[in-house]
Design a protein around this ligand. Structure first.
Ligand code: ADP
Ligand code: TRP
Length: 325
């Protein structure tokens, strides 16, 4: 039986945080290890260009992200790892889609609307972001796309864009990709209680130093309840993050301490810090290893691109043929 294809990517636009890990990246590893999929995971550096136009920063965060992929457990023997920019064909496919997509359609994209609401000067690349993302997803004819909730609309758009191409040229080249979102980690809260995001400066970094992680955990927002007051764990940000790193038993214990009263926020933070450091220790060690072995990392990407090319070339042949190019 042929395996279903899984594809996802993350932009190398800054340091990774617990939201990226639990919201998206951990799923790549779990799904890879399920053995159910043929997995493709890439570094979305073309997409990153919209917000990062400094050569050194782009190079460094790209390298860091690949190290992170390897550190969290993506295994190049099981997952094809590559850089988006290994395939300029994506720009070609995106262009082909652009001629079938209307401006009002793209104006409905949340990312565009957000940028507009903030009265930002919007680049054409930000506007056409969903087209490039559709090209990513459809190029490899992905069946499932594990992402965080904020990316749901982009996957829906990819589905519609692919179907429109099929209808326009009366072909059935593109499948209908499905987003895969893990409900309980839909949105990981940041240290201020809003969605954890590098844009809000409220993150717990995945590969920070002990001090950085400790500083972030210790500054998580709390209300003014005293240790003795009963608390609703669902409203306690510390607990919302703790849930992700603790064992079932530990979770139940903190839950009941909070509910009954008797646990102060200071102690809860210390316990959270202990678990965060414990949970990520092996990953942080692997990350340091790859940081010191850039040649190994480069070789993995070269091999990944070679494997991914086997998908890209036949797909582009079919697309060009369908469009009469
Ligand atoms: P950021 O918001 O920090 O800029 P990105 O937009 O680069 O993060 O997101 C990369 C991936 O991580 C996406 O799939 C996104 O949905 C997921 N993600 C980011 N932040 C969170 C969060 N707080 N909770 C759940 N998933 C998240
Ligand atoms: N837009 C995604 C993000 O901001 C990154 C991304 C680019 C992606 N292309 C993709 C994710 C294709 C899944 C599939 O996180």
């Amino acid at each position: 039986m042929t395996k279903k294809t899984l594809l996802s990517g993350v932009k190398p636009t800054g340091r990774l945080h617990l939201g990226n890990y639990f919201g998206a990246m951990k799923q790549f590893v779990d799904l890879q290890n399920s053995g159910t999929y043929e997995s493709y995971v890439f570094l979305a550096n073309y997409h990153a260009l919209n917000s990062m136009q400094e050569k050194e920063a782009m190079e460094k965060s790209s390298f860091d992200l690949i190290c992170a992929y390897l550190a969290i457990g993506l295994n190049p023997k099981k997952t094809v790892l590559f850089k988006q920019s290994a395939f300029p064909e994506l720009a070609e496919l995106s262009w082909i889609f652009s001629s079938q997509t209307t401006m009002p359609y793209l104006m409905r994209a949340h990312a565009f609307k957000d940028a507009e609401a903030k009265s930002k000067e919007i680049s054409v690349g930000t506007f056409t972001y969903p087209l490039l993302m559709a090209a990513d997803i459809l190029m490899y004819n992905a069946d499932v796309v594990p992402v965080g909730k904020d990316q749901k609309q982009h996957v829906e758009m990819a589905r519609e864009i692919g179907q429109k191409f099929n209808r326009t040229y009366n072909v059935s080249i593109f499948k209908e990709p499905q987003e895969l979102i893990v409900e309980e980690v839909e949105t990981v809260p940041g240290i201020d209680g809003q969605k954890m995001s590098k844009s809000y400066n409220n993150v717990i970094p995945l590969f920070g130093t002990d001090e950085e992680i400790s500083k972030a955990v210790m500054s998580i927002v709390t209300d003014s309840k005293s240790p003795a007051d009963p608390k609703n764990p669902e409203e306690v940000v510390i607990y919302q993050i703790y849930k992700l790193v603790a064992t079932q038993e530990e979770k139940e214990q903190m839950r009941s301490f909070l509910e009954k009263g008797g646990m102060g926020y200071g102690d809860a933070k210390k316990e959270l810090l202990r678990k965060v450091l414990e949970y990520f220790k092996p990953m942080r060690e692997k990350y340091e290893y790859f940081q010191k072995h850039p040649k190994k990392v480069e070789a993995i990407l070269v091999k990944g691109a070679k494997q991914a090319r086997k998908k890209v070339e036949p797909m582009m042949k079919e697309v060009r043929k369908a469009a009469g190019l």
